[in-house]
Design a protein around this ligand. Structure first.
Ligand SMILES: C[S@@+](CC[C@H](N)C(=O)[O-])C[C@H]1O[C@@H](n2cnc3c(N)ncnc32)[C@H](O)[C@@H]1O
Length: 243
């Protein structure tokens, strides 16, 4: 997962409003009077979201399990206050260090074992300072079941033609992606990517986050920062540690 695909990820993210998502998070940072000192972004990928925080926080740790995504990040940005970390976010421990932890763009859905999800939130709790803020999103159940489902999609964007074949069973989606990238001589390079995501209900996630000890757990429609709707695609959560 996220090997050769990493090098075309940025291009295929053309329709994602990273700037708007960052503004939502910064609104929450202000709402909860969070100190803009230490930020941790888990599953930061190629830094598409992180870049909107470069001037907002004193120190940023950006972590990912894919060396290729981190390589893309490192080749794009050379920022003094950003530290790239190659690690599994479920296992990462740096206690009482962060004012803000962010996990965005379906990254939670890649944690397919619910026990691992509990561990991830426990470590987030441990790693936040008292009063620190956790912000993350999940794909809604509507998106996982109705939009992804067992559907097959075919797209063409600039020099990339791709197919996306999904198989949904027991809350797990197996996704088979085939990208055909046009080269200068007109031939096509094929990149195959397999991914698996788990559908989590808002109630189940809220329960785990609450059990971990977080308070002030709030949910939003990530695309308009408003109330959740029946067809909300991405659910944004915020939760505060202690105090
Ligand atoms: C859809 S991308 C999102 C990247 C980035 N957050 C963004 O907004 O563009 C999902 C990312 O999650 C990372 N990821 C998946 N499981 C992970 C884990 N256990 N620990 C750290 N990163 C993980 C992948 O390598 C990938 O970079």
């Amino acid at each position: 997962m996220y090997e050769d695909f990493s090098y075309i990820y940025d291009k295929l993210s053309f329709d994602i409003d990273y700037q708007g998502y960052a503004e939502n998070i910064l609104n929450l940072v202000d709402k909860y009077n969070i100190n803009r000192k230490n930020m941790l972004e888990l599953a930061a990928g190629s830094g598409m979201l992180t870049k909107y925080f470069f001037d907002e926080f004193e120190n940023i740790d950006a972590l990912d399990i894919s060396p290729d995504m981190l390589n893309v990040f490192a080749n794009k940005y050379d920022i003094d206050n950003v530290n790239l970390i190659y690690y599994d976010m479920v296992e990462f421990e740096n206690p009482n260090n962060y004012d803000l932890i962010v996990i965005l763009l379906d990254s939670i859905n890649y944690v397919t074992d619910p026990k691992e999800l509990e561990k991830l939130f426990e470590n987030c709790y441990k790693n936040l300072k008292d009063g620190g803020l956790l912000v993350f999103d999940i794909n809604s159940e509507y998106k996982m079941k109705e939009v992804f489902g067992s559907n097959c999609y075919v797209y063409e964007y600039e020099d990339i033609f791709y197919t996306w074949d999904n198989f949904y069973k027991d809350d797990l989606i197996d996704m088979h992606l085939n990208f055909f990238v046009e080269k200068e001589n007109g031939s096509y390079e094929r990149i195959y990517e397999y991914q698996q995501e788990r559908a989590y209900s808002i109630d189940d996630v809220t329960k785990i986050v609450k059990q971990t000890g977080f308070r002030d757990i709030k949910t939003y429609d990530e695309d308009d920062f408003g109330d959740l709707k029946a067809d909300t695609l991405r659910v944004l959560f915020s939760a505060v540690k202690g105090r």
